[in-house]
Design a protein around this ligand. Structure first.
Ligand code: BGC
Length: 511
């Protein structure tokens, strides 16, 4: 059972203060982290094989909302496998029909052929039972149904419909997939089942999010995912993609969408202030030393970090700081605490009453239930209920103080994630010459007349964690200034993976 049982202390408040210090990143440090991003962006744009892969996607334009067509889309890499049919109406709107399929750990970690057979079966089942289009009658022999594939893992693309898997992330480790062409793996599975489906485009979810945001709003610069994993894509000048020098794409010039794979930022552990909890999480993960940034940010890991902190406080000596020293099997389970728990705790804390009194808490050392005012008490009561339901504690084992501590731990971990998310976005704004970091007076600024800088986002954290976007904006203000921050239009691009795959399939057929 993984835990950190090394907390020996004189007073509980100093333990909590110390944890708070470790999880709070100063603005100066965020600036240094943003500079680190710029260094790794450049390394990845210049060379293959770098931690931050800066993958050319061969998507050379963004939609403007007039695109039309009906496509199948497949989305692997979030919580579920999704098969969709997308109708692009050509007026910034779309219709989407979808079915979700669970991907078991056995499939995630077994043979790649079994995983891709399952994907093909899911597409087949969707086409026969769910899609709005009749794919069986009236089709001529050899007619193909075109599909765009959103595959949200690092893939070194060599064309819109070709790319080798570089590595797995987010709990996947299927064998005989890395170094193989992912479109081929999928197409072989369709062919084994004699399905007339042709995968014409491969797209990362961040790219799908960027394209979708552009389609629904008329343009966008960045697509970012803050969900099970994290990553960003943006529109870059091809001239800056030195590793493509000499290629036909470079000769054409113009712009290309780059999939940064920023989840791998700082795999060298140069910039991010690690805590012992981050080290434990990394050591016990299936990919130690990889996806360092992702492990600070994404939904797959935040609950696990909180779980490690809670356990350390349960195990603290000479006296437990949480839950009278008791743990539960849910709390002891590796990855037993979902990030949804943190969202629920925060939502309970924010509640309906937002007056200052409703957030007043006594200091820990002097925590006295009878001194809680009647505005804050119901909030703590709701948090107790969330804890009891999720972690299976008996209500009598959870005090109001426990509820207050758990809430502050969740907030520390989530706030750090949001600040780092904002830093990644700020770094792209600087990279694309839309902004400068504090203290920089020399970087050339371009696009100053652009009134809106479009950022499409998706993922469970931005969608469900209360005020996550506001926190991203606060960091943007600190790093790139209010003038730029005001022009940044962050919009949820829901269904980005499905719609983006369809938009990419359309682009592929036009080429
Ligand atoms: C993957 C990216 C993906 C991100 C968000 C990361 O783990 O490496 O390709 O975009 O998760 O889903």
């Amino acid at each position: 059972m993984p835990s950190i049982s090394a907390l020996q202390f004189a007073d509980a408040q100093s333990v909590l203060d110390n944890i708070e210090r470790q999880f709070t990143i100063s603005d100066d440090t965020l600036v240094e982290i943003a500079k680190g991003f710029l260094v790794e962006f450049e390394e990845g744009l210049n060379n293959y094989g770098k931690d931050m892969a800066m993958i050319p996607t061969f998507v050379t334009g963004v939609p403007d909302g007039t695109e039309q067509g009906t496509f199948l889309a497949l989305d692997l890499g979030g919580t579920n496998l999704r098969v969709c049919e997308v109708v692009l109406n050509g007026d910034k709107t779309f219709n989407l029909t979808q079915k979700k399929f669970k991907v078991s750990d056995t499939l995630k970690q077994g043979e790649a052929s079994a995983l891709f057979n399952y994907i093909a079966e899911s597409v087949d089942s969707f086409m026969t039972t769910h899609s709005k289009t009749d794919y069986t009658t009236g089709r001529k022999q050899g007619d193909s149904v075109y599909l765009g594939f959103t595959f949200s893992f690092p893939v070194e693309q060599t064309a819109l419909d070709r790319g080798k898997i570089l590595t797995w992330t987010k709990g996947f480790s299927a064998k005989n997939a890395v170094d193989h062409d992912v479109v081929q793996l999928l197409q072989d599975a369709f062919d084994r089942k004699h399905m007339h489906v042709k995968c014409v485009a491969l797209v990362n979810d961040t790219v799908g999010t960027l394209l979708t945001r552009a389609y629904i709003s008329g343009g966008a610069l960045i697509g970012a995912i803050f969900g099970t994993g994290t990553n960003g894509a943006y529109v870059e000048d091809i001239a800056k993609l030195k590793k493509l020098d000499g290629s036909p794409a470079a000769a054409k010039g113009g712009h290309m969408v780059i999939n940064c794979e920023w989840g791998a930022f700082d795999n060298s552990r140069t910039y991010l202030p690690m805590t012992p909890y981050d080290n434990t999480l990394d050591r016990l993960s299936i990919n130690p030393k990889y996806q360092t940034f992702e492990k600070f940010i994404s939904g797959m890991y935040l609950g696990e970090i909180v779980r490690h902190i809670i356990l350390s406080l349960v195990d603290a000596v000479p006296q437990a700081i949480l839950f009278k020293g008791k743990s539960t099997s849910a709390l002891n389970e590796h990855y037993g605490l979902d990030t949804a728990f943190m969202s629920a705790v925060e939502a309970a804390w924010i509640g309906e009453d937002q007056s200052a009194e409703a957030f007043e808490l006594p200091p820990l050392g002097a925590f006295d239930d009878s001194k809680l005012n009647d505005k804050v008490q119901p909030k703590l009561q709701r948090i107790k209920t969330v804890i009891a339901e999720t972690l299976h504690y008996k209500p009598e084992d959870i005090s109001f103080q426990d509820a207050a501590i758990v809430r502050s731990l969740c907030a520390l971990v989530a706030n750090r994630a949001a600040a780092l998310s904002g830093t990644a976005v700020a770094a792209v704004l600087v990279q694309t010459h839309r902004a400068r970091l504090p203290g920089d007076t020399t970087r050339e600024l371009k696009h100053q007349n652009e009134s809106v800088i479009g950022v499409g986002v998706d993922g469970s954290l931005v969608e469900h964690y209360p005020a996550f976007q506001d926190k991203i904006r606060a960091t943007l203000r600190n790093l790139v200034g209010e003038d730029v921050e005001k022009r940044v239009d962050i919009g949820l691009a829901k269904d980005g993976s499905g719609v983006g795959a369809a938009l990419c399939a359309l682009q592929a057929l036009k080429q």
